[in-house]
Write a protein that binds this ligand. Structure first.
Ligand code: 13P
Length: 253
């Protein structure tokens, strides 16, 4: 049985004091969720990672939102894997979020380089895939996702892939309030699992956690998480206030 995993991606929101208050606010819910076999995580900005690390209750997943693929060097403004490894309790890094692909030119190849470097450091990716509105309308969704999966995961070990999280986030549904229907989300998450199966076999495909992301809210989260191939959600806007995030999580019980 795969666990359910709900991760809040704060994007460029919350200063350190807000991050700290948020963690205090969700402490109890993390425990309750765990008793329902649901893991909760948050991905603050780099600036708040240490604050969250110090305050976080056991069992709360701590994720970064990005990392550079190089070990060190002249990459102004970037942060390396060994720097993130110094943050106590940090276990995950979001890779290839569509906002990074869209605004910072991140490619599947670069995502792959980042994940190959993470493999060495024993950190787990939350690898984001998803099509743009144009691609969706041109019926290219599966072609695009296949390319993101095949290129993104190239040369990663089966063991590493079996532990990772893949988040299907259709670009047209992020922050727009236009959700993919649960049927579309299930169809694509199932497609991703089949692609993983082709690459790594059924055992790995059955282990990998696949999330849906894009306008997930307290009132629709259950629709997604009751689908057979959707194991969780990557939540943006609805993860910013502790009360809304708690409502979203508790609507799953
Ligand atoms: P929203 O939930 O705000 O649509 O954002 C989704 C997302 O991009 C999470 O990574």
């Amino acid at each position: 049985m795969r666990k359910k995993v709900i991760v809040g991606n704060w994007k460029m929101n919350h200063c350190r004091n807000e991050a700290s208050e948020f963690v205090s606010g969700i402490k109890d819910e993390v425990k309750i969720a765990k008793s329902h076999n649901i893991l909760i995580g948050i991905a603050p900005t780099y600036m708040s990672l240490d604050v969250v690390s110090k305050k976080k209750p056991a069992g709360l997943i701590l994720s970064a939102q990005n990392v550079n693929e190089h070990a060190s060097g002249a990459y102004t403004g970037e942060v390396s894997i060994s720097m993130l490894s110094e943050v106590k309790g940090l276990t995950h890094i979001i890779i290839g979020h569509s906002e990074r692909r869209q605004y910072y030119g991140e490619t599947n190849e670069r995502c792959n380089a980042k994940m190959l470097a993470m493999q060495e450091a024993n950190l787990t990716p939350i690898y984001c895939v998803g099509e743009t509105l144009e691609q969706f309308e041109a019926n290219l969704t599966k072609k695009v996702i296949k390319e993101q999966v095949v290129t993104g995961l190239a040369n990663l070990s089966a063991e590493f892939v079996s532990k990772m999280i893949i988040a299907y986030e259709p670009v047209w549904s992020i922050g727009t309030g236009k959700n993919a229907s649960k049927e579309i989300a299930q169809d694509i998450c199932c497609f991703i699992r089949k692609e993983i199966s082709k690459l790594y076999g059924k055992r790995v495909a059955n282990k990998v956690i696949i999330q849906y992301g894009g306008s997930v809210k307290p009132n629709n989260v259950k629709d997604y998480l009751t689908q057979p191939d959707i194991d969780g959600a990557l939540v943006g806007g609805a993860s910013l206030k502790a009360s809304t995030f708690i409502e979203l999580i508790s609507n799953l019980y």
